[in-house]
Write a protein that binds this ligand. Sequence first.
Ligand code: PXL
Length: 280
Amino acid sequence: MTIARALSIAGSAAHGSAGIQADLKTFQERDVYGMAAITAIVAKNPVTASSIFEQPLEAIEAQFYTATKNVGVDAMKTGMLFTTEIIELVVHLLKNEKDKPLVVDPVMIGKMGSQLLHDDAIETMKKQLFPLATILTPNRHEAAKLIGKKELHTIEQLKDAARELHQFGPTYVVVKGGVIGEKAIDILYDGHQMMELVEPSVETIHTSGAGCSFSAAMTAELAKGTKTMEAVMLAKKYVTAAINHALSFGKGIGSTYHAAYRKFGEATNEGFGKKIKNLH
Ligand code: PXL
C-alpha cells in the first residue's frame, strides 16, 4: 500500500489542539502519514501562562533528516519557528526538498497570548522563508503585522494584504480572515485571481488550533497531489466542521475537533452555533 507522507516542522502544543498535535491529527484524518520535527515545546493549559522550551538546532536538523531521508516526504508545513536561528536552519534544510509543496503558516501569537515568534525574526521569515512557500497562510492579525498595519477589518483590507504578501514570493496566499459579519471569510490569491472562501460563521470561543488545522489540511491535500485551489477549499470544509463541533474541556478556550469532518461530514447551516460540545 502506498500512502502520501507529510512533515510538519512546528512547535509541540501540549494541550493537544494546536501545533504539531493538530497537524498530526489532521494528517491522520486526511489519510496522510504524518511526521514531525519539533522546534519548541509549549507547555500550558488554556488558563495558565505558557512556558516555551526551545529545541536545540541539532535536534531539529536530526528530526528533519530522519523524516525526509528515512521515510521521505510528499509535502511539508512550517508552524511555530520561534527564532531567527531556527528559521535560518529550516530554510537551509527546506532547500534540500525544493520540489516538494510547502505550506508556511507564519505563527506568531497563541490564542492565549503567548509569543511564538520573536519580533526580530519577522524580517528573516518574510525574506527567506516566504519565497519557498507554495501557500502562505497568515491569519488577519499576522497579515497585519507582516505588512506593518495595526489591524485588518474589512474584506478589501484582507485582499490588499494578500496582494502585498504575494510580493514576497509565495505561489498562493491564503489570508485567514476569521469572522467578518455573519461569515467566516478567507481570501485566496494566486497573483492574478482573488477568491473569497465563505462559510457561515460558528458562534464559539473554542477555536484553539483552527489555524494550524486549516493549514495542515491544505498540506495533507497537497501531499496527495490535490491541486492547490481544491486543496484550500477542501481544507476550509475540514476546518469549518472542526470549529462547528468544537470541544470544551471546561476551562478557557477549548479545541477544534479534528475528527469532526470524518464523523459528522460537511458542516451545514443547520444548528450552527448550537453544536458546541462539552464531552467532559
Ligand atoms: O495556534 C497557534 C499555535 C501554534 N503552535 C503552537 C502553539 C499554538 C497555540 O497554542 O502552542 C506550538
